[in-house]
Design a binder for this molecule. Structure first.
Ligand code: DOR
Ligand code: ZN
Length: 344
């Protein structure tokens, strides 16, 4: 196949930050996606509808003229979140969901939830108001091996949350393991998952073999090959429970290439092109449109997009960096070739 036209897609899990990084990354997302679920893990976190609306304005300012892009805002769930704020979120057309970070799980998650059970009254309020809950599914127990943190979260916290809140819509964000995939597949229709490009493309050798590669370091950490294969099978299966969420998480290059580097892969520069490579290799390009453009919109009960986007089979080289020397971001696959490109 030389050309592929699909309905304009959405990114159901995206970090765009603020300030200089926001200005670098926003054009990349807006040229591909009509909408994106914007993560609230700023410093300080976005915890109220008022903050989300202000952040939304800042994001819109960074969208290049002529591109039509809608940020779908989320609020950061903390121990101090109130049932009243959940009701306000439910009533606000620009806010779609709450994000639950276990405290300490990842970048800027210290304001997160340290005791999921103590947050049950809030989950009950979300269930009652029909606001989806987006979960970073990893335990934070220091004694738990980093490669096991998602599986243990599924076995312990997630199973209980799903059982206790039978009407709550939940997205298990950026699934990385066979166990999480199987959990989502066997749960009811209100449980879904996003899958990132890096977890579809790489196993943990890409992080650690032959040298440490900080631009492949993200959380949840990249796992063994059999997990990657389970993710590819889920994403390309046509099952509507799985949809596109890049978890594109830009950090300054200087903070990634450091003795203690930040977690996060910058993938938004070529998100759709990266997914297209994976789907083509799996012989499933015909399943890309459902994954990228339909399943997420249906889950969030939003209309599917009406425009289209065309990918062409053209080899191109990903730049070494985006931005200026003072603020530069290294993209996933920097200096490497990709075989699909969005048609101009
Ligand atoms: O690798 C990650 N980076 N995982 C997350 O959950 C957060 C993200 C970030 O915000 O940098
Ligand atoms: Zn994320």
């Amino acid at each position: 196949m030389k050309k592929l036209t699909i309905t304009r897609p959405d990114d159901w899990h995206l970090h765009v930050r603020t300030g200089a990084i926001l200005k670098i990354v926003m054009p990349h997302t807006a040229r591909q996606f009509a909408r994106a679920i914007i993560m609230p893990n700023l410093k300080p976190p976005v915890t109220t509808v008022a903050q989300a609306l202000a952040y939304r304005e800042e994001i819109l300012q960074a969208v290049p003229a002529g591109l039509d892009f809608s940020p779908l805002m989320t609020l950061y769930l903390t121990g101090a979140t109130t049932a009243d704020e959940i009701r306000k979120a439910a009533e606000c057309e620009h806010v779609q969901a709450f994000k639950l970070y276990p405290a300490g799980a990842t970048t800027h998650s210290d304001a997160g939830i340290s005791d999921v059970k103590a947050a049950y009254p809030l989950l009950e309020a979300m269930e009652k108001n029909d606001v989806p809950l987006l979960i970073h599914g990893e335990v934070t127990d220091e004694a738990c091996d980093i490669f096991d943190r998602e599986r243990v979260f599924v076995d312990t916290s997630l199973t209980e949350i799903v059982r206790n809140f039978p009407e709550l819509r939940i997205v298990v964000e950026h699934v990385t393991t066979t166990e999480a995939v199987q959990f989502v597949q066997s749960a009811g229709a209100r449980i879904a998952a996003t899958i990132t490009p890096q977890h579809l493309m790489f196993n943990r050798n890409a992080l650690l073999a032959g040298g440490i590669r900080p631009h492949h370091y993200c959380l949840p950490i990249i796992k063994r090959e059999h997990h990657r294969q389970a993710l590819v099978a889920a994403a390309t299966s046509g099952n509507s429970k799985f949809f596109l969420g890049t978890d594109s998480a830009p950090h300054l290059t200087s903070l990634k290439e450091a003795a203690c580097g930040c977690a996060g892969c910058y993938s938004a520069h070529a998100a759709l092109e990266l997914y297209a490579e994976v789907f083509e290799q799996a012989g499933a390009l015909d399943k890309l449109e459902g994954f990228a453009s339909f399943h997420g919109a249906d889950f969030y009960r939003l209309p599917r997009n009406s425009g289209t986007i065309t990918l062409e089979k053209t080899v191109w080289k990903v730049p070494a960096a985006y931005g200026a020397d003072s603020a530069s971001v290294t993209p996933l696959k920097a200096n490497e070739e990709l075989t699909w490109q969005i048609a101009q």
